[in-house]
Design a protein around this ligand. Structure first.
Ligand SMILES: O=C(O)C1=C[C@@H](OP(=O)(O)O)[C@@H](O)[C@H](O)C1
Ligand SMILES: C=C(OP(=O)(O)O)C(=O)O
Length: 448
């Protein structure tokens, strides 16, 4: 569902940020818990589920496909219908702002013999869907959408699906996951080959639910083989906290003088941890405390302290997939570091909730920071600690990460920074404002 829009918010310079920041559950793992829970036979119990709008929309969709999804106390309980048991929804499936939601659902339903019409908010209706419907057509499904492969779109599922071998042309965990989820209800082996490793939550969770799945390194990259038509057994899932949400209090602490923030129990799956590696290379005082395993995923407590000696770096392009959602907030840290930070191989940023390179370039320029960009790269000239002038009103284009990034920028800038719409933050991090205020951040609602 679409969130209320047009709610501006201003961040002003705060004193030091201190204390513990308990960020919500991982968005990627939350979507997958609901979808795989709905395709298992029996009751899956989930704690730590992200209750952001993106995930709530996926929960509502799974109900429309015939599963039961209810909250009982602190737990979410999903009663699944089994692989092949999804039912035709009676109405359009509205995935709101969520690319992950719509692309994974298209995959899961595409090997069922019924049709589903999908839509989303004004941001999602601009995003490319052909990257998913092309491989789904190999299973025997057909998609009819607006020009350019945009939503609203009807996917006519394959009643008699065949398994597929598919090499993904873009580094995208959503595309990989859509093919694997479709492969669940195809007889035989479905194979996905990805040149660069993307987040592997689907593979881990499919294995956890009892599917036969094999991952091997070949000359072509990662080859993932899934045996179709398994019976999935229900699971008890503790969702780890989201490293992509942790990025905001961590980066705020690095650039606000005197800060010392602990972000406990963060999932540090290597396919997600590229930002933290990059920050450490820039000279950030960022440490991992109590490293451990939580539910099959590496985890640690992150400790971030004000880091006045950070310097720009060239971010290795082969790291992009492991930090793809973190480039906006990285560029805010880069603006507060000395020297230039160069980010290459990031064309995917142009097809997220908005064109994230363009949104950050415009907003940072408005804040007095020099930025240059090209089709798949951009670079930020740092102004050193406390050197960002700020004082801008920034357009967020229905993009939660742009909104949160500029609010963090405002916490360290000389003049306040206003975002034109803080509404989208609720898609992934509904407690962002309260959590940052508890650390010491100062926000104002100044009106538009
Ligand atoms: O699979 C996932 O859960 C996600 C994959 C990434 O998208 P792409 O697959 O488009 O890279 C990421 O940007 C998104 O926030 C979540
Ligand atoms: C790109 C993102 O999400 P999605 O693709 O699920 O909309 C994100 O959360 O940064």
């Amino acid at each position: 569902m679409s969130h209320a829009s047009g709610h501006p918010l201003t961040a002003t310079a705060s004193g030091p940020l201190t204390g513990a920041a308990h960020v919500p559950g991982d968005k990627s793992i939350s979507h997958r818990s609901l979808i795989l829970g709905a395709m298992a036979v029996g009751e899956t119990r989930i704690t730590g589920l992200l209750e952001g709008q993106d995930v709530l929309d996926t929960g509502a969709a799974m109900r429309a496909f015939g599963a039961s999804v209810e909250k009982a106390g602190e737990e979410w309980v999903v009663r699944g219908v089994g692989v092949g048991g999804l039912m035709e929804p009676e109405d359009v499936i509205d995935c709101g702002n969520s690319g992950t939601g719509v692309r994974l659902l298209m995959g899961a339903a595409a090997t069922h013999g019924f049709s589903v019409t999908y839509t989303g908010d004004a941001s999602l209706r601009k995003r490319p869907m052909a990257r998913v419907t092309e491989p789904l057509s190999l299973f025997g499904a057909a998609a009819y959408g607006r020009s350019g492969g945009r939503l609203p779109m009807t996917v006519v599922g394959a009643g008699d699906p065949v398994p597929v071998r598919y090499a993904t042309p873009v580094a995208s965990a959503q595309v990989k996951s859509a093919v694997l989820l479709a492969g669940l209800n195809a007889p035989g082996e479905t194979v996905v080959i990805e040149r660069e490793a993307t987040r592997d939550h689907s593979e881990r969770m499919l294995r956890g639910f009892g599917a036969e799945i094999d991952v091997r390194r070949t000359a072509e990259g990662h080859e993932i083989t899934l045996v179709g038509r398994p019976e999935l057994s229900p699971q008890t899932i503790a969702v780890p906290r989201d490293p992509s949400s942790a990025a905001f209090p961590v980066c705020a602490a690095l650039i606000v003088p005197g800060s010392d923030v602990l972000v406990p129990n963060i999932g540090l799956n290597p396919t997600r941890a590229g930002l933290f590696e990059t920050l450490r290379e820039m000279g950030a005082d960022l440490t991992y405390e109590n490293p451990r395993e939580e539910g099959g995923e590496p985890a640690a407590d992150l400790r971030a302290r004000f880091s006045p000696d950070m310097h720009g770096i060239e971010v290795p392009p082969d790291r992009a997939a492991s930090m793809i959602d973190e480039y906006p907030i990285l560029s805010v840290v880069a603006a507060n570091a000395a020297g230039t930070t160069v980010m290459r191989g990031v064309a995917e940023l142009r097809v997220k909730e908005c064109d994230r390179i363009d949104a950050m370039v415009q907003g940072l320029r408005g804040c007095g920071v020099a930025v240059r960009d090209g089709p798949d790269w951009w670079e930020v000239d740092g102004r050193g600690p406390g050197g960002v002038p700020g004082g801008a009103m920034v357009a967020v284009h229905l993009d939660h990460r742009i909104a949160m990034s500029f609010l963090v920028a405002g916490m360290a800038a000389r003049e306040a920074v206003t975002v034109d719409d803080a509404g989208p933050i609720a898609t992934s991090f509904p407690i962002f404002r309260a959590l940052m205020e508890r650390l010491g951040a100062a926000f104002e609602e100044r009106g538009s």
